[in-house]
Design a protein around this ligand. Structure first.
Ligand SMILES: *Cc1c(COP(=O)(O)O)cnc(C)c1O
Length: 352
């Protein structure tokens, strides 16, 4: 059943009426022989590349390719300078500073709260349970109408697990505002994406990114999938050329070489299994948590000691030991076979 929700009543009022910047390419988007409308340098780029024209403000070529590969239409896609920009714009669009809140479920990705803090929007925390699953009862008790956005991260960073789909469905049924499902690691997960559900839930935004499985963290390109009403709000408030020309060219190339991404995901999954087996055999490792992502949350006897030891050996992992439910845990990204072997070898020599 399709859930009814009036998006415009959730958007900050001044955004509904504001006049967005109109670029040269907004005012004439057809094909012409001579373009003298944007004060570009007609002679070319000093770097030699194809960069002397402003990029497509709405990135239609990338959206066309995404719409061909995913169960979404072009009008249901928003592209950001990293998913981090999409998170930032969502908070700006829906949350009144000093009045509204977002809801997050720690331990989770840090940017939701940082973004909210920047906008003077309070963050309400409803922790995941010790199995890293949603605490529905605590959530329903906590929610009020000023909770404009509820963030779910699945597979969750830093725990690596997928959140129970029945619980997520409950959140979608009951949340007072927008629900964001951050699927940065979805390509490493055997579970289906929530992108299939954006028609059913008009207040759902699914985030994915080119930073992990696609191997393009340096480009800064994130995707938001949602109903066109939300996409239009984001388009209205984004910087006009938020995705630069280089990123657009490279992302299109990557999308057209999708099999290369799939091969890398396959290799990284095998490496994850290898790393998991090797870690579990170490005496100082107490637990390796199951992971639907490209990292392994690993509990050590003494995480701070192991972290410092690895730094000495020029191996950097993420120390998450001060994070809720993650006592003595390090988050280890799956590397190449050689990197994984060097890590394991170093750990073997930690307590000779
Ligand atoms: C890595 C990560 C992202 C990626 O953010 P980008 O800005 O697209 O690089 C988003 N969400 C989570 C949970 C992540 O771990």
């Amino acid at each position: 059943m399709k859930r009814n929700k009036d998006i415009s009543s959730l958007v900050r009022k001044h955004i509904l009426t504001l006049n967005p910047y109109s670029s040269a390419r907004d005012e004439f988007s057809g094909v012409a022989d001579i373009y003298l409308d944007a004060n570009e340098n007609a002679l070319g780029a000093a770097s030699g590349g194809p960069y002397h024209r402003y990029p497509d403000p709405l990135q239609w070529e990338i959206k066309q390719e995404l719409a061909a590969q995913l169960p979404v239409g072009e009008s249901q896609i928003f592209l950001g300078n990293g998913s981090d920009e999409v998170i930032d714009l969502l908070i700006r669009a829906f949350c009144y500073p000093g009045i509204d809140h977002i809801v997050i479920m720690p331990p989770t990705y840090g940017m939701y709260k940082v973004s909210a803090d920047i906008h003077d929007v309070a963050t309400r925390e409803v922790p995941l349970d010790p199995e890293f699953q949603i605490d529905l009862q605590a959530l329903s008790q906590a929610w009020d109408t000023n909770d404009k956005i509820t963030f779910i991260c699945s597979p969750n960073n830093p725990s690596g697990n997928t959140l129970n789909p029945e619980s997520i469905a409950q959140v979608l049924e009951q949340a007072p505002g927008i629900v964001v499902i951050d699927e940065a690691y979805i390509d490493f997960s055997p579970h289906p994406s929530w992108v299939h559900q954006i028609e059913q839930y008009p207040h759902l935004v699914v985030l994915q990114t080119f930073s992990k499985s696609w191997g393009l963290a340096g480009l800064r390109l994130g995707m938001g999938f949602a109903n066109p009403e939300i996409v239009e709000v984001l388009n209205k408030i984004k910087p006009p050329y938020n995705i630069n020309a280089f990123t657009q060219i490279e992302a299109l190339k990557a999308l057209q070489a999708r099999d290369r991404k799939e091969k890398m995901v396959h290799i990284l999954q095998e490496e994850k299994t290898f790393l998991q087996t090797q870690l579990q055999a170490l005496p100082q490792v107490e637990a390796v948590y199951p992971s639907d992502a490209n990292f392994l949350l690993t509990r050590f006897e003494d995480a701070n000691q192991t972290y410092a030891y690895l730094v000495e050996h020029k191996i950097i992992v993420r120390n998450r030991s001060r994070v809720l439910h993650c006592g003595n845990c390090l988050r280890i990204t799956v590397g190449t076979r050689q990197e994984n072997e060097v890590l394991i070898q170093a750990l073997r020599q930690q307590n000779p």
